[in-house]
Ligand binder design. Structure first.
Ligand code: GLY
Ligand code: MN
Ligand code: MN
Length: 466
């Protein structure tokens, strides 16, 4: 067969393959226009003759030959969409870089051998076409890149933690940071960069909100599936597995933070992640979990009785947290201070605990030891300046009451830990609860838990090793 016939055949076969492969991958990532817009927004905050410098997150070693799953520095991702390590980004206030560039991205080079082991790389050309950044260099060009950092009035950069491995690659993150530090000694401003990034990231764009709605709805659906499936014979790990299985069914890549599933006393440990109790029995189960979808995370907590029915004590504490959360959500109004949901929730909890005889009125207590709200986005505790609430901010409202064993109250309350957490979008006129799909009222939870689950039929053979 002649060469051009071979080429023709190749093309005939490749066209449907290309179509199939495109359909097989998610196409709802943030667009390059989004990232370009964010870089421009940053530039507009910067004074003349300044540069902002960002480094990719380090690769973290788990043990021996195994690294943790790579997670990009959220600021870096926000500004570029680049999801690979050993990279740096320079954003200039004006087109001050060689070639009239207003920004330069340094990326790890293509490498057939490295890519065979650790995955595909965009490389320079890929970064240009996929990320839409015009000025891209290999990271090895960073050291001798012709930029005189002393010519800038301001150099914005986050501080270095000194905890990065030198892998031996001549332009890995270790070297990128070393070179930069040597060139910019004593001129770097971290505080102001933090303020810039908070100002940008605390207000979500429509593209971001779409991904956040997905992450949050997926997480809320998982909570409802767990409500149907849970029974006292389950383990904490198994409950965690159901949440995470539902996330994957919807194409959510990761969890936004390690899943917290704590039964009874374990629910009183705020960030309990061992999740290794083998039977839930008749305890309350606190589940603080969130899917991460294309970088954006949810953060949704439900606390439910393993056997489907709250005891009188469990219900008294649960309903009090619910009322506190309602007060907190009602305080989510544009113009209100960032702390207003917390102040509202705290008041309800203090009064309610006193009415139940758990504390004396007006006495300091430790049963609600954390804040009520944080921003949510690329980070579960997202960047934000804690100024007045504004439209298109997303914050959590998550009051809780935790009464561990030996607390100074009637032992009938011991071992009860309740948190209810929802993800609230501040709107022009009020607020929208993005996680409302998962029931919160104690009666609604009991009704849903009485329903059958498809997982009731999912049985596995005994782990019989004889
Ligand atoms: N999941 C961590 C938190 O609620 O803040
Ligand atoms: Mn939270
Ligand atoms: Mn949480």
């Amino acid at each position: 067969m002649k060469k051009h016939s071979l080429t023709f055949l190749f093309l005939i076969f490749m066209i449907p393959l290309c179509l199939i492969s495109q359909e097989e991958y998610p196409n709802d990532h943030l667009s390059k226009e989004f990232h370009e817009g964010r870089r421009q927004a940053l530039r507009e905050l910067m004074p003349p003759k300044s540069v902002a410098v960002f480094f990719a997150a380090p690769v973290r070693n788990r043990a021996n030959d195994v690294d943790y799953v790579y997670h990009q520095n959220p600021d870096f991702y926000y500004l570029t969409g680049y999801r690979e390590p050993d990279a740096a980004l320079l954003v200039f206030s004006e087109d001050m870089a060689p070639g009239g560039c207003k920004e330069v991205l340094f990326v790890q080079p293509r490498s057939p051998i490295a890519e065979m082991w650790t995955g595909r790389r965009l490389g320079k050309e890929g970064a240009k076409s996929v990320l839409g950044i015009h000025c891209v260099e290999d990271n090895s060009a960073f050291e001798n890149y012709p930029i005189d950092f002393s010519s800038f009035d301001k150099i914005y950069c986050f501080s270095f933690k000194g905890d990065i491995r030198n892998t031996g690659d001549k332009a890995d993150l270790f070297d990128l940071e070393r070179v930069f530090r040597e060139k910019t000694e004593a001129k770097r401003d971290e505080k102001k960069l933090r303020v810039f990034m908070q100002e940008l990231r605390e207000i979500k764009t429509p593209e971001e909100l779409l991904l956040m709605r997905k992450a949050i709805k997926i997480s809320a659906i998982a909570q409802t599936e767990v409500m149907k499936a849970m029974h006292p014979g389950m383990s904490e790990t198994e409950v965690q597995g159901i949440h995470e299985f539902v996330y994957k069914k919807y194409g959510s890549e990761y969890e936004g933070y390690p899943s917290i599933v704590g039964a009874g006393e374990n629910g009183c440990i705020l960030h309990y992640i061992e999740n290794n109790r083998t039977k839930l029995d008749n305890d309350l189960v606190l589940m603080d979990v969130g899917a991460e979808y294309h970088g954006y995370t949810a953060d949704v907590t439900r606390t439910i009785p393993a056997n489907g029915k709250f005891t009188a004590e469990q219900k008294a504490i649960y309903d009090l947290v619910y009322q506190a959360q309602e007060a907190g959500i009602a305080a989510c109004q544009p113009g209100n201070t960032f702390s207003s949901p917390h102040i509202a929730a705290q008041k309800v909890i203090d009064e309610g605990l006193a009415n139940l005889g758990i504390i004396q009125k007006g006495v300091f207590h430790k049963y609600f030891p954390h804040g009520t709200s944080h921003y949510l986005g690329l980070d579960v505790h997202d960047a934000g300046g804690r100024g007045p609430l504004r439209p298109n901010m997303v914050i959590t409202v998550e009051p809780g009451i935790y009464i561990p064993k030996n607390s100074p109250c009637d032992p009938k309350w011991w071992g009860i830990g309740v948190r209810i957490e929802d993800d609230i979008l501040i709107t022009e006129t009020g607020a929208e609860n993005l996680s409302a799909f998962a029931p919160r009222k104690s009666e609604d939870i009991e009704t849903l838990m009485a329903q059958p689950s498809p997982l009731d039929q999912f049985t596995l053979p005994p782990l019989d090793l004889d």
